[in-house]
Design a protein around this ligand. Structure first.
Ligand SMILES: Cc1ncc(C[n+]2csc(CCOP(=O)(O)OP(=O)(O)O)c2C)c(N)n1
Length: 668
């Protein structure tokens, strides 16, 4: 009963039959992150922690959403969702160690704040870039759907993050594929300092659901009972009828973007208005008024949490700072992979590069029933190069998936599949289009194992290269974008045999592999290839020819250009190294050869500056200087985009320069 002295209760709470203990649970669940945050703000002022992103005032959303999910249903929070972490009962000292960059955290000091995931608690934390989270949730949702396990997953974003292209792509994919994902948007008024009217120009973010063909709801985000009861019925229904749902929670960010940035730009009336809507204070007042809670109980709960916080802080503060060990750092960039050699059978078939890739992929699909292929037009159409022709008939549409045009979301979806127990092969229609999926590759796939020990079991197939008159956007060989990024492997076969065996290994390897396939070689290069499944190790170059005069190092189409040059000039006695894998790079084979010949020429199809030839040249200079009889020579294509007209393309390509440079170096 309300009395004269009862404090204001802004929300019209409707308990919808929930019993007292559920209400108290929700209250306690909100009180805990609030109490932690209050302590963190004190520690921040004392300089004991470095940065804090506050979720004060938004607790009802984290708590309501997490409370309706089962403990083994994945949840992908953002930086204001402390309540997700506390609701999953992560020991607080581990959270505190994480924030202090200590070993008992979740990232061995390698990433800060909420940037971590933990399979143990089914929490997949954000990367700073925000947007890729939605695509990762798609992948987790897809895995749940394929397992038919009736599970949902929930992912968070602020209204600011909703402007990112990754988010649009992911929502579209989720709708087209009817993935059981709860897309939770916390509309808290500001994205850093940007108010909503400078972020988007529509009334509600939930209105976008219509455009995606997706059910959507607006929810009073500070009313924990509304969040909980609405979510409960939505989630229960989603488990039976898998589908995506877009939820816009109206709320407010009560503190600065992070503590150091303040709230000067926020009108004080707005803060006051939302203070009246504080989710914890209002609910507390409601529970007091209903006689479900007493002042004594509140004190008891607070004391309990404060004690838990203090005890856990003590553990975290007592933990030593993390020591730097170069070996430890380097060892965690990739997940350890125990290469298993699968020997080749004796029966061989003379096939083209394209057939070998198709066969390798098909036999991997037969071998790994958790392997999913995704890409544009890869299903009934068989892909633009017909590599997956006939796959739908054999493996079904669940595992051979046409995607919308959305490279970023599909790469992220691959990551989500990997998190939830699948393997993914993503076909870029042309390697050039990988630029539209660049962010999740270099930031999510590449960094996950180093950051929080999570594999990224995704192979990205990259039909690449020039010589086919396809112009600036269908001819690039962009391997250098990826060899520069720690955490990725890069494979670049030149022959059918290598392509088949290396593709099989790339798929077995739990790390992300960029698998380059040269389009000009697809149908022009044939070889006898074992008919059954076999593997070849990554990181081993092939010595195709042996000679004393010079070492030629190349890969991809360059291998065939070099072979042609040597055939036409049999007097040249050269070691010819086909690298086959660019990362890891077989430096042993390179050094051994260069130390023998004393001369090295590196041929690459890519343009010169920043290409892999430059690094190989530097490595040779640093490691074989004493044995060199001449400067190392790089031969690369022109520093221009790749032109369309045949004559221009011919002039652009390094192929035309190779012979001259080879003879120059021989006569040095
Ligand atoms: C791709 C990218 N651009 C910009 C930023 C910087 N940034 C981090 S959080 C943020 C605001 C996010 O706003 P919103 O999504 O509304 O979430 P909120 O912080 O309000 O909870 C910005 C601009 C970033 N981390 N990543």
């Amino acid at each position: 009963m309300k009395t004269e002295t009862t404090p204001q209760i802004f929300y019209n709470y409707d308990r919808k039959g929930l019993d007292d203990s559920t209400l108290l649970k929700l209250y306690r669940a909100m009180l805990k992150p609030r109490t932690i945050e209050e302590k963190m703000l004190i520690l921040l002022r004392q300089g004991k922690i470095s940065k804090w992103f506050s979720g004060i005032g938004q607790e009802a959303i984290s708590i309501g959403v997490t409370s309706v999910l089962e403990k083994d249903e994945y949840i992908l929070p953002m930086h204001r969702n402390l309540g997700v972490f506390t609701s999953r009962e992560i020991p607080l000292h581990r959270l505190f160690s994480q924030w202090q960059g200590k070993a008992n955290g979740f990232t061995k000091g390698r990433d800060r704040s909420f940037h971590f995931g933990t399979q143990e608690f089914h929490i997949i934390g954000m990367i700073s870039h925000l947007g890729p989270q939605f695509g990762v949730a798609d992948g987790i949702g897809l895995a749940n759907k394929l397992k038919n396990n009736k599970k949902v997953c929930a992912v968070f974003s602020g209204e600011g993050g909703m402007s990112e292209g990754d988010i649009h792509e992911a929502l579209n994919v989720a709708s087209v594929w009817q993935l059981p994902v709860l897309f939770c948007v916390e509309n808290n008024g500001y994205g850093l300092s940007t108010p909503t009217n400078e972020q988007y120009n529509c009334e509600n973010i939930a209105d976008r659901g219509v455009g995606y063909g997706m059910e959507s709801h607006i929810i009073e985000g500070n009313n924990v009972l509304e969040v909980y009861t609405k979510l409960k019925s939505i989630v229960e229904d989603m488990r039976i009828n898998p589908r995506p749902v877009l939820l816009e929670f109206k709320t407010f960010r009560m503190r600065g973007h992070e503590e150091a940035s303040g709230t000067k730009y926020v009108p004080s009336e707005l803060i006051e208005m939302w203070e009246e809507r504080d989710p914890l204070v209002n609910f507390e007042n409601y529970l007091l008024a209903e006689g479900i809670l007493t002042e004594e109980k509140i004190k008891e709960f607070k004391d309990e949490f404060k004690q838990e916080i203090d005890e856990n802080l003590e553990i975290a503060f007592a933990e030593p700072v993390i020591e730097f060990s170069e070996t430890n750092e380097l060892n965690d960039v990739y997940k350890e992979f125990n290469y298993q050699e699968v020997k080749e059978n004796s029966e061989k078939e003379n096939i083209r590069l394209i057939d070998a890739i198709s066969q390798g992929l098909k036999q991997s699909m037969e071998r790994h029933d958790n392997l999913v292929i995704m890409g544009q037009d890869v299903a009934e159409y068989g892909g633009v190069f017909k590599i997956t022709e006939g796959f739908v008939e054999q493996f079904g549409k669940d595992r051979v998936r046409n995607t919308p045009i959305c490279e970023s979301a599909i790469v992220s979806t691959g990551m989500g599949l990997s998190i939830n127990g699948f393997k993914a092969v993503v076909e870029m229609q042309f390697a050039d289009f990988v630029s539209s999926g660049f962010n999740p590759i270099v930031n999510y796939l590449a960094k996950s194992h180093y950051r929080w020990n999570e594999k990224a079991d995704v192979v990205i197939r990259m039909p690449c290269g020039a010589g086919v008159g396809a112009g600036p956007f269908h001819s690039q060989t962009n391997e250098a974008w990826f060899t520069h990024t720690p955490g990725l492997k890069v494979v670049y076969p030149a022959f059918p045999y290598d392509a088949k065996g290396l593709l099989a290994t790339s798929i077995e390897d739990p790390n992300s592999v960029l698998f380059f396939e040269h389009k000009a070689l697809y149908r022009s290069i044939r070889q006898d290839v074992p008919t059954d499944y076999f593997t070849l190790p990554l990181g081993k170059a092939a010595l195709l020819k042996e000679g004393e005069d010079i070492t030629i190092i190349t890969y991809g189409a360059g291998v065939h250009w070099a072979l042609e040059t040597l055939e036409q000039n049999p007097e040249v006695k050269a070691d010819l190294i086909d690298l086959r894998t660019l990362m890891p790079l077989d430096t042993e084979t390179i050094y051994k050869s260069v130390k023998k010949t004393g001369k090295a020429i590196i041929l690459q199809e890519d343009s010169m500056f920043g290409g892999i030839a430059s690094d190989i040249s530097a490595l040779i200079t640093e490691n074989c200087f004493e044995q060199l009889d001449a400067p190392v020579k790089r031969v690369a294509s022109l520093e221009t985009p790749i032109p369309f007209a045949a004559n221009l393309e011919k002039g652009y390509l390094s192929k035309g320069k190779f012979k001259k440079e080879l003879f120059n170096l021989l006569s040095y």
